[in-house]
Design a protein around this ligand. Structure first.
Ligand SMILES: [Zn+2]
Ligand SMILES: [Zn+2]
Length: 402
């Protein structure tokens, strides 16, 4: 076995401990006091000097003793507002759940930190460790970028890993996607409609906003069905519609909100334009007023072509050819592009970057629930593989890109 992989394997029990502690104490968004304290304490124990550069955003530096470039490794640390329904002995003790596997990411990056510290003298440049809050609400990466995560020292390239459960792949495979756009851009919208409330017995004296949002909902369906080319993949989904408090009152206002997922900027702009035109004119048709607001937007994640090549070559030597899977070839490319979004997209806009998948539970092995499900589970056995892949990529890339 490769020496670095062997070192990572020796850390496996510690990685499980890290993961379970973070899992039990799940926290969300930018409020991760318990998680960041744990991460910072562990980093200090490893002789790092971690800094909280913004709320719940932690950075630590390895290497820097030899001249060279700077490679950034990123893990997100936030959970979701979901009540856990698994029977795991380390089930969440909070009202939140690590249902996306970010607890595994944090544990793996702590593992990489340990390995990098032990190899610090050999690092030909600097490795920056980025422990990020609020990936799920798409806020954390931007907050850390604003706080200067890519500066001092200036980052030259970056990598993240995301685990994947409930897939057809067996556990422990590192999945590489193609160069270019690999995740959707995401735009969150709210359409607020103002009508005129009144008594349910006299609808003629009111402007019913519930009627209006219903028509807007149906009309928005036509963008995808009738206005986009079949090849313009996009998902326009309304996730909530609200209005009214009781049966015999027509409310004053109502709103619906949802997300737009797209894979190229032209489609993205077209949909936003049509969403606005349709909502405003449907509201007008029914004598109401509509206002459209975008609460958050996330660009697509872009894989750098050179880093894709480099990762395949460095990681095949680490874990073996058969453990590094090309997503375009596997499953007829079914996993090559993700319809989900990832706020690491903001980093990929600024520096050459790569996202890697690590399989952590196949449906055949009983991991049948998808990410974000209250019953989802993750196989912990590949934690050390993720830690080794992180550390190895940084060390090798710096050695080969002086
Ligand atoms: Zn998620
Ligand atoms: Zn996630």
């Amino acid at each position: 076995m490769n020496k670095l992989l062997e070192e990572a394997k020796a850390l496996q029990n510690t990685l499980i401990k890290h993961r379970r502690y973070i899992h039990e104490n799940a926290e969300i968004e930018m409020e991760l006091p318990c998680t960041t304290k744990y991460v910072m304490d562990k980093l200090v124990e490893m002789s790092y000097e971690p800094k909280e550069i913004c709320k719940s955003g932690v950075v630590a530096i390895a290497g820097g003793k030899n001249p060279g470039k700077t490679f950034l490794l990123r893990a997100d640390m936030d959970a979701l507002p979901i009540i856990e329904e698994t029977d795991e002995p380390f089930k969440s003790k909070t009202n939140y759940m690590h249902a996306c596997g970010h607890d595994l990411h944090t544990a793996m990056l702590l593992g990489a930190a340990k390995i990098l510290k032990e190899h610090e003298d050999e690092i030909e440049g600097t490795v920056k460790l980025m422990f990020q809050p609020a990936e799920e609400p798409i806020k954390g990466a931007q907050a850390m970028l604003k706080a200067g995560v890519l500066e001092n020292p200036k980052v030259d390239a970056a990598m993240m890993i995301h685990v994947a459960t409930g897939t057809q792949f067996p556990s422990g495979l590192l999945v590489v996607r193609h160069p270019g756009i690999i995740s959707s851009a995401s735009d969150w919208f709210t359409i607020k409609v103002k009508g005129k409330g009144g008594h349910s017995s006299s609808p003629n004296l009111t402007i019913d906003p519930l009627n209006v949002i219903s028509h807007i909902f149906i009309a928005l369906e036509s963008i995808n069905a009738r206005e986009l080319a079949p090849a313009d993949n996009a998902a326009i989904t309304v996730g909530q519609m609200h209005g009214g408090n009781t049966s015999n009152v027509i409310p004053d206002t109502a709103f619906l909100s949802g997300t737009i997922r797209t894979f190229n900027n032209e489609t993205r702009l077209f949909i936003k334009k049509r969403l606005e035109e349709i909502s405003l004119s449907v509201a007008k048709t029914f004598r109401a007023e509509a206002v459209i607001e975008y609460s958050c937007s996330c660009p697509s994640l872009i894989n750098d072509a050179e880093l894709v090549k480099d990762f395949k070559s460095y990681t095949s030597s680490l874990v073996g050819d058969d453990k590094v899977v090309d997503a375009d070839k596997a499953q007829n490319g079914a996993y090559a592009t993700m319809t989900g979004s990832e706020d690491f997209g903001y980093v990929t806009e600024l520096v050459p970057s790569i996202m890697i998948g690590l399989t952590t539970g196949s449906t055949a092995d009983g991991y049948v629930y998808p990410h974000h499900h209250p019953k989802t589970k993750f196989d912990e056995s590949p934690l050390y593989i993720g830690a080794a892949a992180y550390a190895n990529m940084a060390i090798e890339w710096l050695k080969n890109n002086k």
